[in-house]
Design a protein around this ligand. Structure first.
Ligand SMILES: *Cc1c(COP(=O)(O)O)cnc(C)c1O
Length: 387
């Protein structure tokens, strides 16, 4: 089976992890700060906090934004459940904004209309989480303008988008947002096995994130309530978690970051090849906004089902039977049983649901060979011309 995504691990990555294993610190050591600095420098942000996953990163980013019971968080329904669950972890109410039919990112007109209504009703969100689907940035200048007008915190879920950019800024610069979250799961652009990071330019946010990552404990006398009675002393000043990344993971991440531009460039080359080879088929190819340079985490097509004899499900199943590990990103979050039980239902976000009925993610990863890619194209051609 050709998977839809797969990590690339080289000798330098292996050596970097081995070096940590033979060093004094396999966690809470110097590799963490090194990795944080590499990512912050690459993205152009002031601060970075490495954590155990993007899910943990989203959770502490919401807490650092002050999200709590009685507050509201809005995100896109076309995302992984973690983008919404983080609001529920904080006791907040979660709602969604329908997607743009071209980029499949959160729709700016829909966001603006929903904000207008919410202002009238006194139900404005405290946090909005735009998700850069497939690695293509949302329209961050528009989101920033709305954030300033309506007073919400912007946390970018850039789990797909490290290495991408928006206008002249790398995703993660936080030029238009308060915080940006990355995932380092193996299917993503850069991996640490499991892992995540929050970037910010706000020193107060940074302080909160660093505390919440490790039990809410500080060893910095400036943050303490009491004068330290001795060198053993630390204080717990917030209710935090153990969301730390290990040094083995950070070393792997730092080593992977050496190749990030090559990773993204190869994904672009492969995406361009798909664009050329699929152009004649009854499918919509991933449209790219001129303001964005995608990281191309995903290459998702949409079937023009009125021009195809087989159903979406049959196309999907036939590709899987042919050894093509296609996937579907994503099942609209509001239709998950857990979210239906909170009051959401089919029909709430029609663009997201229409996307779900036609989308298929094709294999795209650094080591995908042109021969493998050609077999994906040939399978699709055979299935879609089976009229
Ligand atoms: C992968 C992913 C996450 C969660 O990442 P983990 O590191 O696995 O916790 C969150 N949001 C999006 C959009 C993702 O793709």
């Amino acid at each position: 089976m050709i998977p839809y995504g797969k990590q690339n691990i080289n000798e330098a990555d292996i050596q970097a992890v081995m070096d940590v294993l033979q060093s004094d610190f396999i966690t809470q050591g110097p590799a963490i700060e090194r990795f944080e600095n590499i990512v912050a420098d690459y993205c152009g942000s002031q601060y970075a906090v490495a954590v155990s996953s993007a899910t943990a990163a989203l959770h502490i980013a919401c807490l650092a934004a002050g999200l709590g019971p009685g507050d509201r968080l809005w995100t896109s329904p076309i995302t992984f459940v973690a983008s919404a669950n983080c609001g529920l972890y904080c006791g907040a109410t979660v709602d969604f904004v329908d997607i743009d039919p071209q980029t499949y990112n959160l729709s700016i007109p829909a966001l603006e209309a929903k904000l207008k209504d919410a202002k009238t009703n006194g139900t404005l969100p405290k946090v909005v989480i735009p998700v850069h689907l497939a690695g293509q940035s949302c329209d961050m200048a528009a989101i920033r303008r709305l954030a300033d007008d309506y007073g919400f915190t912007v946390i970018e879920d850039a789990s797909h988008a490290i290495g991408g950019s928006y206008q002249a800024h790398k995703v993660g610069s936080c030029r238009f947002s308060d915080m940006t979250v990355f995932s380092f799961h193996p299917v993503k652009i850069v991996t640490t096995g499991e892992g995540g990071m929050v970037l910010t330019n706000n020193p107060q946010c940074y302080e909160q994130l660093a505390l919440l990552r490790s039990h809410g404990i500080t060893r910095n006398p400036a943050q303490m309530e009491n004068e330290p009675p001795g060198p053993w002393y630390y204080e717990q000043i917030a209710l935090g978690f153990n969301y730390r990344m290990t040094d083995m993971q950070a070393a792997l991440g730092a080593s992977q970051m050496q190749r990030i531009d090559a990773f993204v460039q190869r994904r672009h080359e492969l995406a361009k090849r798909y664009n050329q080879k699929l152009a004649h088929l009854p499918v919509a190819l991933p449209w790219q906004h001129p303001d964005t340079h995608s990281a191309f985490h995903l290459y998702s097509i949409r079937l023009q089902t009125d021009k195809i004899r087989l159903s979406h499900r049959q196309v999907f199943e036939t590709l899987r039977q042919a050894g093509i590990g296609v996937n579907l990103h994503y099942i609209p979050v509001h239709t998950q049983p857990y979210y239906r039980q909170l009051g959401f239902q089919e029909g709430d976000f029609p663009q997201a649901e229409a996307y779900y009925r036609t989308a298929i993610s094709l294999p795209l990863f650094y080591d995908l060979t042109e021969t493998q890619q050609d077999s994906v194209v040939e399978s699709l051609e055979a299935i879609l011309s089976d009229g």
